[in-house]
Every structure is written in structure tokens, then in C-alpha cells.
Unconditional design. Structure first.
Ligand SMILES: Cc1cc2nc3c(=O)[nH]c(=O)nc-3n(C[C@H](O)[C@H](O)[C@H](O)COP(=O)(O)O)c2cc1C
Length: 241
């Protein structure tokens, strides 16, 4: 089975999003999955101009010359597509949204009603199953409400099945390696490896893994206090200059 990760973090390989994804992929690879990762930050992806040439003039081909065609050919045979993003103003990153809009080339210009009686693009090919992975700066899981809701709409539109949603608040802590907190993060990354293995083998997460992945690293109050200290220290340094 093949897993294609679309990483929409503007910090690319150095991002907290990639810390999550790397652990997940480690587990998936150990379980035998073939994987490919696309760092959108390293690619040139222009906006969809809504010219509809991909529907009416050059069916199935986008006329924009950039890296999108290469990404589609690299990932189109994936069984599972992982959409990975930092939370940006309560939503997916602009890089990821620009990529998603360019998937217009893969959608049929014909519409039809789905089982719930809502229109969506008719598809000729089964869309890959979807896993959503996101992290954010604030400490509450409720910060991901929009992404989770959007994912359900997106999956419906593409006629795809969602097989996992992994959301990490307090994302700034994902890079901590020292002290007791470093141990907590290291254990969390191990659980992400387990999640990768489960998706590679069973195409679903066990309730046990989901429960561990939903645990916070530290209490909100402690996190908020530490972030304030960090911000204070950076601002003091600037004042010194
Ligand atoms: C433009 C921008 C918008 C952001 N908006 C939010 C937000 O709405 N809520 C939140 O909790 N964190 C927000 N953050 C923080 C990021 O989600 C957080 O730093 C995350 O760990 C970044 O992941 P990355 O290192 O992969 O880029 C924002 C960061 C940026 C740069």
C-alpha cells in the first residue's frame, strides 16, 4: 500500500507538522508501506485561475506550468493521502488550500447527487482514503473545529473516505527533547508511529491509539505561563539591542 503525504507547512522539513508526520511515516514504513512526501513549501504551485481549460479545452490536463503535474503523477496511485498542515487562523494553511484548489483537474465537470442528496463532482476513479494531521499553537483541541468540519466536506466532495484525524494542540512543544517534557513528547511520537503502523496495516486507528493521541502534553495553565515567559524573554532581548 502507498501513502502520499502532502505537507502544507510553510516551515517545510523544519516544521512541527513534519515532526508529527515523520513519526507517523516511520511506523507506516516499518509496517511495509511505500511512502512519498511532498513539501509544498519546496514547490511552485500557482493559484487555480478558474479558466476551466482542464475540463473543456485540455480535459484532464491543467494548462498552468508549475510543479502541480509532477505532484499529481507522484501521488495519484496512493491508497491513502495524508493532508498535513499547521493551523493558520483557524484553518488549513494557504499552501495546502492552493494545492487543494488545483485538484480541480482531477474532478469531473459532471455533477450528481450523493446518498445524502447533495451535489458533488462525479468521479471516475476512487479517491485515496484521507488522513488529516494538524498542529497548532494554542492549547485546546477545539481550535481544530474548522479543519475537522472542512475535512468532512472535502471528503464528501471528492467521494473519499476519512480514515484518521490527528490534531495536536500545544504544537510548539513537539520539538522539546529535554527533561520530563521531552519524555512525554518522545512517548507521543512513539504513539504516532503506532498510528502510522495501524493505518498501513488496517487502514484505521484503534480507539486506544486515538485516546492516547488526544492527550495533552501539559496542563493549559502551565503551557500558557511558559509561553508568556518565552515571549517576555524574546521581547526583553529585543529591548537590549
Ligand atoms: C500565519 C499563522 C497563523 C496561525 N494561526 C494560528 C491559529 O489560528 N491558532 C493556533 O492555535 N495557532 C496558530 N498559529 C501557530 C501555528 O499553528 C503553530 O506555530 C504550528 O506549530 C506551526 O507548525 P509548523 O512548524 O509546521 O509551521 C499560526 C501561525 C502562523 C504563522
Amino acid at each position: 500500500m502507498k501513502i502520499a503525504v502532502i505537507n502544507g507547512s510553510h516551515r517545510g522539513r523544519n516544521g512541527n507538522t513534519n515532526s508529527m508526520v515523520s513519526a507517523f511515516l516511520k511506523g507506516a514504513k516499518e509496517a511495509g508501506a511505500e511512502t512519498v512526501t511532498v513539501f509544498l513549501a519546496e514547490k511552485e504551485i500557482k493559484y487555480c485561475t478558474a479558466c476551466k481549460a482542464c475540463w473543456f479545452k485540455t480535459p484532464g490536463k491543467c494548462v498552468i506550468r508549475d510543479d502541480m503535474a509532477e505532484i499529481i503523477s507522484l501521488t495519484e496511485d496512493a491508497d491513502v493521502r495524508v493532508l498535513a498542515t499547521p493551523l493558520y487562523f483557524d484553518n488549513i494553511s494557504s499552501l495546502l488550500k492552493t494545492f487543494i484548489d488545483r485538484l480541480m483537474v482531477t474532478a469531473s465537470p459532471y455533477w450528481g447527487k450523493d446518498r445524502e442528496g447533495e451535489c458533488r463532482h462525479l468521479t471516475t476513479k476512487a479517491a485515496p482514503q484521507l488522513v488529516m494531521m494538524a498542529n497548532c499553537g494554542f492549547p485546546e483541541r477545539s481550535q481544530f473545529q474548522v479543519i475537522s468540519h472542512w475535512l468532512k466536506r472535502h471528503a464528501r466532495n471528492l467521494n473519499a473516505q476519512i480514515i484518521g484525524e490527528i490534531y495536536v494542540p500545544q504544537g510548539a512543544l513537539l520539538s522539546v527533547r529535554e527533561n520530563e517534557l521531552g519524555m512525554v513528547i518522545s512517548n507521543y511520537l512513539k504513539t504516532l508511529e503506532t498510528a502510522g503502523r495501524e493505518i498501513a496495516i488496517d487502514r484505521k486507528l484503534t480507539p486506544e491509539t486515538e485516546a492516547v493521541l488526544e492527550q495533552k502534553f501539559i496542563q493549559d495553565e502551565v503551557y500558557i505561563r511558559e509561553v508568556k515567559k518565552y515571549v517576555d524573554s524574546l521581547l526583553v532581548k529585543q529591548d537590549d539591542q
